[in-house]
Design a protein around this ligand. Structure first.
Ligand code: HXC
Length: 514
């Protein structure tokens, strides 16, 4: 027995250092954590359980038969994060560059299947040279199996991708399907075709970082949602995100601590929105005054900043916040903001996270560029996402809410359960200047003193529309509230909708304007 135990211990050691000491040293010298260190750091101490650690590839192409590695370049299993089960795979770059072959893929597929059966999130730590070239079609098949499962699991269990090295070629499409992508500053890269191919095909010189670095994907393409300063910071953010999410679509998100008084009223809220409708302010300050402990976990914080989205808690309950940000492009909606908002709303709806929309929007961003980029179809996504969402939908209109953007931003007409307006709310087809120029064009062009007339008409328009009384009179607004009352009102509203159970008509699936 002693020998057997000794043998197993040796085997485990071999598994734990599958890439060999040299590669491990190279890894450590590069400042990156190993695949196993990442797993250990991620889970609550002592909770990780490894699966299929002794799998090996069965290819003999190009000398692979003499290169066997226990675990085949990926660590898989489950453990606990803040005491809740999470499944994981973590690619090991020290084994054939973390490349994905037949058995490597089988291990990933196995944890994905288990996570789906168990109703628990799956986190993938990607650090790989992509399809294992020596294994040819079997590598591609492996990717296909993973993409298929990503899709089938979408909306059932949260799927999170963490990019901690290269992620190139078709391999990017697994993270691309998942709900959230985390990258690490300077050390992670994602692209479909690398700099060398681009140079050969397009004669274009581009660095790894410009092409697929964390900044590119969190600020320009919007492919990634979060950028960590380093690996530990990134994994900490993943753990924090998980605290806001349910384990599957069959559950509600876990309750947070409920120590922030529900009736806390911040006087600063009465001052935060400038009376001048053209003056900007940062909506994140407003959010911080309302939510529990002023904690707002922002998603996509550096992408399409004219719309702010993220998770927070109200009375201990997770909510998804969608807020126009007058600080950037006056809070207008453009293509990127529409895409960002729509995807976030659909995530929240899939995972039983109530939506709180904070509205101060002058309209859609006008311009030839936006039309050419397809603001019609992308803006429609936002409308669609809000309309089909059946979770509790609460709306607070703080200032401007004009035109199509009024309807889009979780209006009563799209099924909002409660719409509240601050006394500063202005709801109209458009802003005063534009409106008067259109409806009184003839009068203004023939008036002896057009500016005086314009001013008078603008004032009349403001008197009529620059307050929430009219829409409240039509029932489009449930209540006009003092800004300081926002937190208690939202918490009471959420409580009243605790058992909201709305089902849209049965269908195979809708046809969101992609
Ligand atoms: C097999 C691979 C590999 C791969 C890397 N390695 N990528 N082995 N298949 N795809 C091996 C290397 O041979 C090397 O082995 C070890 O991993 C480390 O690689 P290095 O090149 O020495 O490391 P580094 O300089 O850090 O460069 C990392 C890299 C580079 C940028 C990832 O290796 C690279 O460009 N690899 C190819 C990337 C790629 O084009 N993949 C295919 C993408 S297409 P030794 O034994 O020497 O240590 C794709 C299709 C998916 O993935 C389709 C899905 C539908």
């Amino acid at each position: 027995m002693k020998n057997k135990i000794k043998g197993l211990k040796k085997l485990r050691e071999e598994r734990d250092f599958a890439g060999g000491v040299d590669k491990l040293k190279q890894r450590q010298a590069s400042g990156k954590m190993t695949a196993r260190e990442r797993v250990d750091y991620f889970f609550d101490p002592g909770t990780f359980v490894e699966l299929q650690g002794y799998i090996q590839h069965r290819s003999s192409n190009f000398g692979l038969d003499s290169k066997k590695f226990l675990g085949d370049g990926v660590i898989t299993g489950f453990g606990k994060v803040n005491d809740r089960i999470v499944y994981i795979y973590s690619q090991d770059f020290t084994v054939l560059g973390g490349s994905l072959g037949e058995m490597h893929a089988k291990k990933i597929v196995n944890v994905m299947d288990l996570a789906l059966k168990a109703g628990a999130p799956v986190v993938g730590i990607n650090d790989s040279g992509g399809a294992r070239i020596q294994e040819g079609i079997n590598s591609l098949a492996g990717y296909g199996d993973i993409f298929y499962r990503n899709t089938i699991s979408s909306g059932v269990i949260p799927q999170i991708s963490v990019i901690m090295g290269p992620c190139a070629g078709g391999a990017v499409y697994s993270p691309g399907i998942t709900d959230f992508i985390f990258m690490v500053d300077k050390t992670s890269h994602m692209f479909v075709t690398g700099p060398e191919v681009i140079k050969a095909v397009n004669k274009e010189e581009v660095t790894f970082e410009e092409l697929g670095g964390g900044h590119t994907h969190t600020t320009e393409s919007g492919v990634a949602h979060f950028l960590g300063n380093d690996e530990k910071h990134t994994l900490d953010m993943v753990k924090e995100l998980l605290t806001y999410l349910p384990s599957s679509n069959l559950e509600k998100p876990p309750l947070g601590s409920n120590e922030d008084p529900y009736d806390r009223m911040e006087d600063k809220l009465n001052e935060i929105v400038p009376v001048n409708p053209n003056k900007p302010y940062n909506v994140k300050e407003l959010i911080a005054l309302i939510v529990d402990d002023s904690k707002f976990f922002e998603v996509h914080s550096t992408y399409a900043e004219n719309l702010v989205v993220g998770f927070a808690r109200l009375g201990g309950k997770t909510v998804g916040i969608v807020a126009n940000n007058p600080d950037i492009y006056a809070g207008t909606l453009d293509v990127n903001a529409s895409l960002k908002g729509a995807r976030f709303i659909r995530f929240c709806d899939a995972f039983n996270v109530p939506l709180v929309s904070i509205v101060d929007v002058p309209g859609f961003l006008p311009g030839r560029d936006q039309e050419r980029l397809g603001i019609i179809k992308h803006g429609a996504k936002l409308l669609y996402a809000y309309s089909e969402a059946t979770v509790p939908k609460l709306t607070v209109i703080t200032r401007k809410s004009y035109g199509g953007a009024y309807i889009v931003m979780s209006s009563k007409h799209l099924g909002a359960d409660y719409v509240y307006a601050w006394p500063t709310a202005e709801i109209a087809v458009m802003g005063p200047q534009g409106a008067i120029n259109i409806i009184f064009r003839k009068d203004l062009s023939t008036a002896e003193q057009p500016e005086t007339l314009r001013e008078r008409l603008i004032q009349e328009y403001k008197d009529k529309f620059a307050n929430p009384k009219l829409p409240a009179g039509y029932g489009y607004i449930d209540d006009i509230i003092l800004p300081v009352e926002t937190r208690p009102m939202l918490i009471k509203a959420l409580e009243s909708l605790e058992h909201k159970n709305l089902r849209n008509p049965m269908k195979k699936h809708g046809n969101i304007p992609l």
